[in-house]
Write a protein that binds this ligand. Structure first.
Ligand code: PEP
Ligand code: MN
Length: 368
């Protein structure tokens, strides 16, 4: 993708300085539900109305979307509310139908962006079309694959492009439906600062009660907008009932999504930042010096172990180090999990350093 492409600033032309809000049901179910939800999200302050027309479901037999009839309802919702409309497309046929129903924004879902063949077919169907296209992250945590999907769409001539972060599928036991892995969208934003980046807290959370927290985290992390599943009667939704919120709840959330300043304008604050950052830089330099000293001790112990034929890994010593570190963390009010992870990393490196000492003794020296 082109670096520093302005992507035509389509997002700011819709939301200005505010966070862009896309809201609407997981699925279009009935005409009444589509029209009522559209009116509700418009009143709440959303900019764009979303609705799923064809639903990618994990197993057959579940509700797979109402199909093309739903596009007519979305068109009607647009006529009645003036909202910009967005639907998911998963193949060229969907693209053709969405275009013939005058849908403004098409998005590619997580189960489609994972497959370059499917994305390319959609890209080919979009050649010469002037629409906005949003690409959700693939279900697996693969930034290159996400960028590849965006590139295919861009190469088809789509200038109004954007990315949606909806989290990543995982078999781990976790509080989320999809793991956020925030570093991945942050890496995308760092590489393509002008590419609009939207967060989908509904599919990350999987539960309506966690949607706000995730959305707020995204806003603090400088995301440009949010896509939030909204339904007039979430508990009766035909898909993703557990994670949808009502338009009234959405209305109570939106005023709280105030984007932070990405630059510091206040001169006094800037001065304080400079001092604090200097302190942090000094501490970081000191940390590296301490690691150097730690490494020297480890090398010495490695040589002694080698001389006396002692095993590198000493379980009791490791457990002792770990329990001391965790106890210390507790005493100093530092996150114990973080300290534990850090010490695991240190120990892993320590084993590596000692292995290196052992290996060096085995390779013939240049002198003999
Ligand atoms: C959706 O937006 O309703 C959807 C199916 O999302 P995802 O592609 O992120 O699973
Ligand atoms: Mn959904």
């Amino acid at each position: 993708m082109t670096k520093n492409n302005t992507y035509n600033n389509w997002l700011t032309s819709i939301s200005g300085e505010d966070a862009l809000i896309i809201a609407g049901p997981c699925s279009a179910e009935t005409e009444e539900q589509v029209l009522q939800t559209a009116k509700g999200v418009k009143k709440a302050g959303a900019h764009i109305f979303r609705a799923g027309i064809w639903k990618p479901r994990t197993r057959p037999g579940n509700f797979e979307g109402v199909g093309a009839i739903g596009l007519k309802w979305v068109q009607k919702a647009k006529a009645q509310t003036g909202l910009i409309t967005a639907v998911e497309v998963a193949n060229p046929h969907h693209v053709e139908l969405a275009l013939s129903h005058d849908i403004d924004i098409l998005w590619i879902g997580a189960r489609t962006s994972v497959n370059p063949f499917s994305v390319q077919e959609i890209a080919d169907a979009l050649k010469g079309v002037k629409k906005t296209v949003l690409v959700k992250n693939p279900i697996n945590p693969d930034l290159a694959l996400w960028i590849g999907a965006l590139e295919r769409i861009e190469k088809a001539g789509i200038e109004n492009l954007g990315a949606i972060h909806r989290g990543f599928s995982s078999y781990k036991k976790m509080p989320y439906r999809n793991e956020p892995l925030w570093q991945i969208p942050i890496d995308l934003k760092t590489r393509f600062p002008d590419l609009p980046l939207i967060n989908d807290p509904s599919h990350i959370s999987g539960k309506h009660e966690n949607v706000f927290d995730i959305a707020q985290t995204a806003i603090q992390l400088m995301f440009d907008g949010l896509m939030i599943e909204t339904h007039i009667q979430p508990e009766k939704a035909w898909s993703d009932a557990r994670q949808q919120i009502t338009p009234e709840t959405l209305a109570s959330f939106i005023p709280k999504f105030i984007p932070p300043n990405d630059r510091v304008f206040n001169a006094g604050l800037l001065k304080t930042f400079k001092l604090l950052r200097k302190d942090i830089d000094d501490i970081d330099a000191e940390l590296v010096q301490l690691l150097r000293q730690r490494q020297e001790k480890i090398e010495e112990i490695g040589r002694l172990k080698l001389n006396d034929n002692v095993a590198i890994y000493q379980k009791d010593r490791w457990l002792d180090i770990l329990s001391k570190a965790v106890h210390n963390a507790e005493e100093n009010n530092i996150n114990q999990k973080f300290v534990e992870q850090l010490f695991r990393l240190l120990h892993q490196e320590s084993l590596k350093i000692q292995h290196r000492v052992f290996k060096q003794s085995q390779s013939p020296s240049i002198d003999n």
